[in-house]
Design a protein around this ligand. Structure first.
Ligand SMILES: C[S@@+](CC[C@H](N)C(=O)[O-])C[C@H]1O[C@@H](n2cnc3c(N)ncnc32)[C@H](O)[C@@H]1O
Length: 188
């Protein structure tokens, strides 16, 4: 039986959109943007993906590194990196960015998206989940960056949209929070 390392190390389960995406994406070189302490990276690593996990928080990267060391997971590399640099330097079959883009400097988001797209191999995938702020549902949280209606769909013009939605959820305090979710495939 495969041991669930997320449970073993007290990590939350992987983001549901990452779990779903892995049902159609074959293990490949993968970039996990804003990995925190590694709930998605560890899940991807267990499935055989070759993961580069980046985060600006050295404490989170140290915790992920200790899991990698303990489990001898040589298919995960954890690195402190500021995503606002928008210079990933390597190509990937899958780039995952769940609940991270809204923490970026708004003036860097176009460059970040452009670098993600440039660094995706032909036939590869981008997954993004990011908070929105619209007239109908102004974002109740003070994130540095939020998406507008259709902004992400338009940014991926020319890519195959496997999934796109702008769903509205309800927070614990009853406030509405809208998220855009995209899983897009670059043409081969
Ligand atoms: C809400 S967490 C999301 C974690 C993970 N992607 C997930 O799905 O659980 C956002 C992460 O983005 C990281 N982050 C914020 N600004 C960053 C930056 N400029 N560069 C890299 N990581 C950053 C934070 O340290 C945090 O771990």
């Amino acid at each position: 039986m495969v041991v669930d390392l997320n449970s073993r190390y007290g990590l939350n389960p992987a983001h549901s959109e990452v779990v779903e995406a892995c049902k159609i994406i074959e293990p490949c070189d993968t970039l996990d943007m804003g990995c925190s302490n590694g709930r998605n990276a560890v899940h991807l690593g267990q499935l055989g993906f070759n993961v580069t996990a980046i985060d600006a928080n050295p404490g989170a990267i140290n915790m992920l590194q200790s899991i990698i060391n303990e489990e001898k997971m040589d298919n995960i590399k954890a690195k402190v990196y500021d995503i606002n640099n928008a210079n990933f330097g390597e190509d990937y079959g899958f780039i995952s960015c769940t609940v991270t883009l809204m923490f970026m400097d708004p003036t860097r988001v176009d460059d970040i998206l452009a670098d993600m797209q440039k660094r995706t191999l032909a036939g590869g995938y981008n997954l993004i989940v990011c908070a929105m702020s619209t007239e109908e549902h102004p974002c109740p949280v003070g994130f540095p960056f939020t998406l507008k209606t259709d902004q992400l769909r338009e940014a991926y013009e020319g890519w195959e949209l496997i999934k796109y939605n702008e769903d509205v959820g309800t927070m614990h305090n009853g406030a509405k929070l809208q998220f855009a979710t995209i899983l897009a495939r670059k043409s081969s």
